[in-house]
Ligand binder design. Structure first.
Ligand code: IMP
Ligand code: MG
Length: 190
């Protein structure tokens, strides 16, 4: 596993994002809407870096089915979404890649009649983005490489890594066959 962004770099950047978001939404009825499952680690860190009253909610979106590393059909599950009427919603996802997931989420959220909807992501693969929308907040722009860790997965593995890494093809093979051993990947973060 090659470390692309270290744990310390992520923590510093998330602290800055937390301050920017707090300044923008101070005095507003903010709901941070985390996109399952990739945003869970960022969500936990960002809400603690945001120094203002806020609510936390979740929505599920998936465009990568299982082991594939290219996007598939987008499916959005709104079963967990609470009443958002009159609230300022900040959609939080791990990565803005083509941008289709975020566009689909914004369309879905219209029916909840929030006062505003913006989005924040940790990573932006700007070269791959093929929609008009751009993230309102992003942590880092990254090149067109498949990354895992800090919430992001391959076949539901590697989400727990505290850094963002580019897996070796052997690691992807192991994760595919369900025999992955992440001990080395974790070691390489030190
Ligand atoms: P988009 O719809 O193409 O913007 O894709 C966004 C979603 O694809 C993200 O929420 C991730 O779940 C997933 N994704 C995109 N690139 C990567 C990656 O490099 N690693 C892991 N997941 C990714
Ligand atoms: Mg995702």
């Amino acid at each position: 596993m090659r470390v692309l962004i270290s744990e310390a770099e992520i923590q510093q950047r998330v602290a800055v994002l937390g301050r920017q978001i707090s300044e923008h939404y101070r005095g507003r009825p903010l709901t941070i809407l985390g996109v399952l499952t990739g945003s869970v680690v960022l969500l936990a860190d960002l809400i603690r870096a945001a120094d203002l009253p806020l609510k936390v909610a979740l929505i599920q979106a998936s465009s990568y089915g299982g082991m594939r590393t290219s996007p598939g059909e987008l499916s959005i599950n709104r079963a967990l979404v609470p009443d958002l009427r009159g609230r300022d919603v900040l959609v939080l996802d791990d990565i803005f890649d083509t941008g289709r997931t975020m566009v689909g989420l914004f369309e879905t959220l219209e029916e909840f009649q929030p006062s505003s909807v913006r989005c924040a992501v940790l990573l932006w693969k700007k070269q791959r983005t093929c929609v008009e929308m751009e993230p309102d907040y992003f942590g880092f722009q990254i090149p067109d490489e498949f990354v895992v860790g800090y919430g992001m997965d391959f076949n539901d593995e590697f989400r727990h890594l505290p850094f963002i890494g580019v897996p070796e093809s052997a690691e992807l093979k192991n994760a595919e066959s369900g025999t992955s051993d992440n001990t080395e990947a974790i070691g390489s973060s030190e």
